[in-house]
Design a protein around this ligand. Structure first.
Ligand SMILES: [Zn+2]
Length: 137
């Protein structure tokens, strides 16, 4: 079968490409077609199992925080200042607030920790919850 393909293809190939070389190239191509998608599937599976999603971000098995958007390791947990809008006597008032968040170096935005009700949690609380055996989610 390979010989037949080789005879057909040899018209278009340089003369240095002999049957063993041609067979080798074919095997390499077939391996590439099988190995690359299989590797890609494995990588996706690995990535999915590598992280758990809690408090709005991803955590690896060592409880290190990763950005949910770009999967970059997060660091620099510190306070940020921002604004919140409050209703006071029928008027919306802008109030300064400080909150704690990670900095994502790729998304260049603060990444806050929130529980499934949308309430902000501290890093200490999140880590304690991650270590505790939980049935949530
Ligand atoms: Zn990010």
């Amino acid at each position: 079968m390979i010989e037949h393909v080789f005879r057909t293809a040899s018209k278009y190939l340089p003369e240095t490409v002999t049957l063993p070389i041609f067979t080798g190239i074919l095997i390499a191509l077939v391996l590439l077609v099988i190995v690359v998608p299989a590797g890609w599937l494995w990588w996706r599976h690995y990535q999915r199992n590598r992280f758990i999603y809690r408090f709005g971000i991803l955590w690896d098995k060592k409880h290190r925080p990763f950005c949910a958007t770009c999967r970059t390791l997060l660091g620099n947990w510190n306070s940020h200042s921002g604004w919140k809008f409050e209703s006071q006597q029928g008027r919306t008032v802008r109030q300064p607030i400080t909150y704690y968040a990670f900095d994502c170096p790729i998304c260049t935005k603060p990444v806050r920790l929130v529980d499934h009700d949308g309430y902000e949690v501290t890093l200490e609380y999140a880590l304690a919850e991650l270590q505790a055996p939980s049935t949530e989610d």
